[in-house]
Design a protein around this ligand. Sequence first.
Ligand code: ADP
Ligand code: MG
Length: 461
Amino acid sequence: MGKTHVDTTTLWQTALGEIELVVSKGNFFTWFNGTRLLKVDDSVVVIGAPNVFITGQLERKFDSLIRQTLENQGISPEKIEYKVLPASALHRKVADEAPVIFRGSASSGSSGGATTTSLTHSYRQGLNEKYTFDNFIVGSGNDLAHAACQAIAQSPGTKYNPLFLYGGVGIGKTHLIQAVGNELLAQNKDARVVYISTEQFVQEFLDAIRFKKNTDFAGYYRSADVLIIDDVQFIAGKEKTQEEFFHTFNALHHANKQIIISSDTRPKDIPTLTDRLKSRFEWGMAIDMQSPDFETRCVIIKSKGQQQGVELNNDVIEHLAGYVQNNIRELEGVLNQLLAFCEMRNLSPSVEVATALLGNQKTRPRHVSARQVVEKTARYFHLSVDDLLGPKRDKEIVVPRQIAMYLIRSELHLSFPKIARELGRKDHTTAIHSVEKIEKEQAFDPEVKTAISEIKEKIYG
Ligand code: ADP
Ligand code: MG
């Protein structure tokens, strides 16, 4: 009573201005973009953020900074609460509230928001605008997947639900499924398109449990119009997440919302995937994506060159298309290397330059095999390959064996059963546990970390 009304918007803008000065630009963008101050009184301040992942991080990592900043504005609440903003608030706010301006990027032209961010990004998170149908080259290997994705973009939730795309690394799965999301948003900017990598989904889910925000988490995903979940093979071995995903899947499917899934293998080959999820994944349409043939690779190179303003000769194009055969990401990498090299030396791209350049890199095996990884790992630890493949369970052997499995997973993206086989193990859950264990250990064990980076150097160097 009688208290001056606190203008929360202005207050929070001021606070954000201060916070922006002390955290990195990346952190600021990731964690504070789209936050709002919902309530201020003596006992409590409530801060809203677009999703549970962000509220969790704000609470865990930035609570004292936020408290400090608010104190500088004369606000010292007993507690700060973090709440997920309802989707409706996110959209409404875009229209009637001034967006946060980033000082750091104020140099570029500000015609209608290039330097601003708006709250709609909560539902765009993860979608990269560069992946469109326009710049996707259709050819053998991907034509079926492309047709299905286009059909979905025209009428989501009606035809192939779920759409399950699977295939090897670097052949355009992420590009295509993101293109669907971008296309839907182009048609309707309010569409709730949620794109998420499975690894992030798992992480968010664990955070939601830890911070007892399961319902926010579930609500967020279940209110999507289109849920795109990438690299679902990473859900292997994550029982609780599988269960949660099962319910999300059912809720969305029941409401005729579109679900799009990518994976490196067909559903039945994902180890430890529960039968009920397996069968859900097979409900709609599963499409196998193959690496594109020579001609398609040529068209891709030509078009990637043009995107960078370079018209490549046919012989250069064909040379590169012959050089990398399975992986478009690697193909792009080789092209970029060539273009950068030519630009620095003021040369025009030719077969001679390409041969000279890529020839120099011969030591870098283009197709590293699992066997090579095992050999390099064994050598690094002064063990024999037989030690790694054999039955011994001494710690000196077990850890290197686990590191080899981890490297095969992270570098070659083989499936867990394949990894187990490469290491002479019968049970693929051994591979899952090893990979997870090393993933964790390398974060805090400098020896493991060093071993991994040095073995990688041996593999590629
Ligand atoms: P995946 O998810 O299957 O591992 P990505 O979708 O990430 O592969 O593709 C790897 C790279 O190759 C991306 O930069 C993507 O834009 C590009 N790419 C793949 N296929 C095509 C294609 N048909 N046309 C144009 N670019 C492609
Ligand atoms: Mg991908």
